[in-house]
Design a protein around this ligand. Structure first.
Ligand SMILES: Cc1cc2nc3c(=O)[nH]c(=O)nc-3n(C[C@H](O)[C@H](O)[C@H](O)COP(=O)(O)O)c2cc1C
Length: 340
């Protein structure tokens, strides 16, 4: 078993957890992890249990995950797309999320099972033979629709897992995979042809604050949600907003004070050189307003260095492969082919 995984299951009374609304509000995509802090195996299983019971169209149940451990597969980050390699190098747990189109082969049975077990009833129009004529859905729907349905189902499963993780104090982030990474993932993880790999999730205890420096930018509520017709904004009730702030569903937007110092101190601690310090001024979001997308305001070298906490020591060594030259050199030394 990975050194970064601990055994043992606590009593329910010992588990501290956030409520659903608090966990939804507290969740951020966290990209800095304690690389050497072990994660309890029961928490990883909890994420999978949460993913298992997520809803799926027509009870498709195509969600699949392969859990890997950085300690046991120390080179696994090498075939992940370069945008995600820094995060992947730190996280003790890597979950590869896929959907399995073979689930459609059993969909008739899965829906009959809903009749069998009393989830669906005759009053709603469900009957054994009618279901048998309609399902499995590939018989009546084109491939593109099947993939769309399966991807949405997988998204539901992933989100359940994320909320469970947040509720138990773990950080997570979804990460994309480029073409080369996709090919390698298939071989490395022994994925059957019916599996479609979608996202790599990094999981671990956050090295950054759980608030990730504040909630991330979103367009104004009224531009996203409507009543009766698009263009007629859903009226956002301020009393409800206040209630949800108290229940922690709505939290303060970033950047919170001290965020730049946090990022840059972590950069230093994780063994990246000064060239990787974030050197622009953090400012409020412009998403959804008329200011547009102004250039980031550069900070002087001195100001940037001043954001690193004094006495911050290097405690871990990341390989800065986000830089193309470093990645190319690294791959050359390891004999990783260009197509990979
Ligand atoms: C399907 C999906 C793929 C994502 N891929 C990446 C990724 O490759 N790298 C990354 O740093 N973040 C990735 N993210 C995180 C998003 O950037 C993040 O969700 C978004 O900026 C909103 O921020 P928040 O999740 O902290 O609220 C992904 C998120 C989703 C849902």
């Amino acid at each position: 078993m990975s050194r970064l995984l601990t055994e043992g299951v606590p009593a329910a009374s010992e588990v501290s957890q956030l409520s659903a609304l608090d966990a939804i509000g507290t969740r951020r995509s966290l990209r800095w992890y304690e690389p050497n802090k072990p994660v309890e195996k029961w928490k990883v299983q909890t994420m999978l249990e949460a993913a298992r019971i997520s809803p799926s169209a027509g009870n498709f149940n195509g969600q699949r995950a392969i859990v890997c451990y950085r300690e046991e597969d120390p080179d696994i980050w090498e075939f992940i797309s370069d945008w995600s390699q820094i995060t992947t190098q730190m996280a003790p747990i890597l979950i590869f999320w896929c959907y399995d189109l073979a689930g459609y082969d059993y969909q008739g049975q899965s829906i009959h099972d809903l009749l069998r077990t009393g989830a669906l009833d005759k009053a709603h129009g469900w009957e054994y033979d009618r279901v048998g004529r309609m399902f499995p859905l590939p018989a009546i729907l084109p491939d593109a629709i099947m993939h769309r349905l399966a991807a949405i189902d997988l998204g539901n499963a992933i989100q359940n897992a994320i909320i469970a993780a947040t509720s138990l104090g773990l950080g997570s982030c979804l990460n994309g995979a480029s073409g080369g990474a996709r090919r390698n993932t298939k071989k490395y993880l022994n994925l059957p042809d019916t599996y479609v790999f979608c996202w790599l999730m990094t999981v671990g205890y956050p090295a950054e604050k759980m608030d990730g420096g504040g909630t991330r930018s979103r367009p104004p509520f009224e531009k996203m949600f409507f009543e009766r017709k698009v263009g007629n904004p859903f009226q956002r009730d301020e009393a409800t907003v206040k209630l949800l702030e108290e229940l922690s569903l709505i939290q303060a937007p970033g950047p919170l004070p001290g965020r730049l110092e946090e990022i840059n101190t972590l950069t230093k601690k994780m063994g990246l050189g000064d060239e990787w310090l974030t050197d622009w001024k953090l400012a409020p979001s412009t998403v959804g307003d008329k200011m547009g997308d102004p250039r980031l305001e550069k900070l002087s070298e001195g100001d940037v260095k001043g954001t690193v906490a004094s006495g911050a020591e290097e405690t871990y060594k990341l390989v800065p492969t986000v830089k193309r030259e470093v990645l190319d050199q690294y791959r050359k030394e390891k004999g990783i082919g260009e197509a990979d």
